[in-house]
Design a protein around this ligand. Structure first.
Ligand code: MLT
Length: 309
């Protein structure tokens, strides 16, 4: 166990516990990924990393808080494709900018999107789902984790492909949204695989398709959207760690090294892979690669998502 000395700093970082802000409810996909990775990072850094779930506004409340936190390495955020890309076109008055207000630390997981439904939702497969949602667009509803979340942006993409506008039902995260889906209180959801695998395995929900080019090893029986008849719906989210802008480079480098070490740990890898996550390749784990990803994801989502008024 050891800390490391940040250049120009008198003390060794970290000398106290670190807060990792998670912008959604406990038990959801961001929370699960953050807990798996930070539990190993804490061993490397020799200090505990405390998860703080800060919910609201599709993750943007927490991300604003993280952007304004002291840039001393003690307040970090696990953001994702929603908080650090999709929220930009959706919120013209967003109080932070993912590129200008953060130091990227590391990409920690890719999380494919699935189209999921309550167990007794009538359509049996994706083709029936498409026909049913088109025929009943004013009656069906889609759960999501707030405007700007991954589940919201992914289903916006799906709905634009199907040319439908069903009612959205917002939750503080897809953890609680999944509980509502299992309870049959909402109809369907576009969610990250990490949240879906335990429920699909327990047979408590339906999975119509996974929106990636290949099937996922953790869900070998779930067809791809291409196999199931909707090849144009492709969506994979990602989870990544960021520090407030101006955090000393030596601290960012040390946090990156701890995250990379966690991703190379067999137990961490197995826990992420068992939940269907994609472990980033070494070349994709650098702060520079994460900065490039954020830029390209903002460019990708901007034409897809209309600003909320
Ligand atoms: C969560 O952790 O609840 C999710 O990442 C929410 C989402 O963005 O859909």
């Amino acid at each position: 166990l050891c800390g490391f000395v940040a250049s120009g700093e008198a003390q060794t970082y970290p000398t106290r516990s670190i807060t990792m802000i998670v912008p959604f409810a406990a038990g959801g996909p961001t929370d699960v990924v953050a807990r798996i990775v930070t539990s190993h990072m804490a061993q490397t850094l020799g200090q505990s990393i405390i998860i703080e779930n800060v919910v609201g506004a599709g993750g943007t409340t927490a991300t604003t808080r993280a952007a304004r936190a002291a840039n001393d390495g003690y307040a970090l955020i696990t953001g994702h494709m929603g908080t650090h890309a999709a929220s930009v076109p959706l919120y013209p008055k967003l109080a932070y900018h993912p590129e200008k207000d953060f130091e990227p630390i590391a990409l920690v997981a890719g999380t494919p999107i699935l189209i999921l439904a309550r167990k007794d939702f009538p359509p049996k497969d994706l083709k029936e789902f498409i026909a049913y949602v088109k025929a009943n667009a004013e009656k069906v509803n889609a759960a999501h984790a707030g405007v700007g979340s991954v589940s919201h942006a992914s289903c916006e993409l799906l709905h634009s492909i199907l040319d439908v506008k069903p009612v959205g039902v917002p939750f503080n995260g897809t953890g609680p949204a999944m509980n509502a889906l299992v309870a049959g209180q909402v109809d369907y959801m576009c969610d990250q695989i990490v949240n879906a695998v335990p429920q699909i395995n327990a047979n408590t929900i339906k999975a119509y398709a996974i929106a990636t080019p290949e099937r996922n090893p953790s869900l070998p029986n779930v067809p791809t959207t291409a196999e199931a008849g909707l090849p144009t719906f492709q969506a994979q989210a990602w989870n990544a760690m960021f520090a407030p802008k101006g955090t000393p480079p030596a601290i960012v480098a040390g946090l990156n090294a701890a995250a990379v070490k966690a991703l190379d740990d067999e137990t961490v890898k197995k826990r992420l892979l068992d939940l269907g996550s994609v472990i980033p390749d070494p070349a994709d784990r650098t702060p520079e690669a994460l900065a490039a990803l954020v830029k390209s994801e903002i460019a990708k989502w901007t034409p897809v998502l209309k600003p909320v008024t």
